[in-house]
Design a protein around this ligand. Structure first.
Ligand code: 0WD
Length: 254
C-alpha cells in the first residue's frame, strides 16, 4: 500500500544495471504507476524493450535534460495524460571521461559546465515544472555520492557537481515544503553501472568498501531501491532536505 496508484516519473534508466531501474522495479512491485524518460534516440530502443517487457503500457518520454523544450514537453504530456504527479526519481549524471581522471585543476570550462548542467541544474529545471502538477504534494529524490561531501580520488568534476546537486536539493526542499513537496537525496555506495565505468580504478574502490565499510560489503542497487520506496511513500512524510547514505555505512569513516 506504500505507493499504490501513485504517479511517479523515473528519469535515468539506461539499462538493467541502472540504479533507476532497480528503483523502478521496487516501485512497480509496490503498485506505483510509473512513467519513464530516456535521454535520446540512442537509448530509446533498449529502454523501451526493458520497460515494455517488465511494465507494459508505461508511458515513455524522451528527455535530454540539457534541453528546456524537451523538459517542458515531458511535463505538458504528463499534465494531459496523468494529471497529478506524486513523485520523481532523478537518477541522472554525466561528466566527460577525461574529467574523471587526471587532475581536477585541469578541468576545462566546457567539462565543468557540462557536468553541472546535466548532473545538478537538471534537478532544478525538473522540479520547477513538476511543482505545477504536484497538486496533492509530492516527493522528489535524486542520486548523489560521497565525492560531493569530501575529496574522493578521481571523482573530480563530478564531486563538485554532486556538491551543487546536494545544495540544490536543500534549497528546493525549503521552497517547495509549503506545498508539501519533499526533496531528498540518496547517497549510494559504488555500484557497477554504465556510469561507474567512467570512474577510474572502480574495482579498487569496491574492494576498499568490502574491506572497510561497517557492513563489510558493497552496496546493492536493490538496497538503494528500498530506500527510494521509503522516500516515495508516506512513511517518509516528515523527511525533507535530507541526504540518506545507503553505502554500508562507509561515510562514517574518516
Ligand atoms: O556507483 C554508482 N553507480 C553511483 C551512482 C554511486 C552514487 C551515485 N550514483 C548516481 C549517479 O551519479 C547518477 O546520478 O546515480 C545516478 C544514476 O547512475 P547509474 O545508475 O550508476 O548510471 P547509468 O545507468 O549510466 O544512468 C545514468 C544516466 C546516463 O547514463 P550515461 O551512462 O550515459 O551517463 O543518466 C542519463 C543517462 O541515461 N543521462 C541523461 N539523461 C537525460 N539527459 C543525460 C541527459 N543529458 N545525460 C546522462
Amino acid at each position: 500500500m506504500l505507493v499504490k496508484d501513485k504517479n511517479i516519473l523515473v528519469m535515468g534508466v539506461i539499462n538493467k544495471r541502472s540504479i533507476a531501474w532497480a528503483i523502478a522495479q521496487a516501485l512497480h512491485a509496490a503498485g506505483a504507476n510509473l512513467m519513464f524518460t530516456y535521454q535520446g534516440e540512442r537509448m530509446e530502443e533498449s529502454v523501451r524493450e526493458l520497460v515494455n517487457d517488465a511494465m507494459p503500457g508505461s508511458l515513455l518520454l524522451r528527455c535530454d535534460v540539457t534541453n528546456d523544450a524537451e523538459i517542458d514537453a515531458v511535463f505538458q504530456h504528463l499534465e494531459e495524460k496523468v494529471g497529478v504527479l506524486h513523485g520523481i526519481v532523478h537518477s541522472i549524471a554525466f561528466a566527460k571521461a577525461e574529467d574523471l581522471n587526471g587532475m581536477f585543476v585541469e578541468t576545462s570550462r566546457d567539462g565543468y559546465l557540462l557536468a553541472q548542467n546535466i548532473s545538478a541544474y537538471s534537478l532544478v529545471a525538473v522540479a520547477n515544472r513538476a511543482r505545477k502538477i504536484m497538486t496533492e504534494g509530492g516527493s522528489i529524490m535524486t542520486m548523489t555520492y560521497l565525492g560531493g561531501e569530501r575529496v574522493v580520488e578521481n571523482y573530480n568534476v563530478m564531486g563538485v557537481a554532486k556538491a551543487a546537486l546536494d545544495m540544490s536539493m536543500r534549497y528546493l526542499a525549503n521552497e517547495l515544503g509549503p506545498q508539501n513537496i519533499r526533496v531528498n537525496a540518496v547517497s549510494a555506495g559504488p555500484i557497477r553501472t554504465l556510469a561507474a565505468k567512467g570512474v577510474k580504478d572502480f574495482n579498487k574502490i569496491l574492494h576498499t568498501i568490502e574491506e572497510k565499510a561497517p557492513l563489510r560489503r558493497t552496496t546493492d542497487a536493490s538496497e538503494v531501491a528500498d530506500t527510494a520506496l521509503y522516500l516515495m511513500s508516506n512513511l517518509s512524510r516528515g523527511v525533507t532536505g535530507e541526504v540518506i547514505h545507503v553505502d554500508s555505512g562507509y561515510h562514517i569513516l574518516g
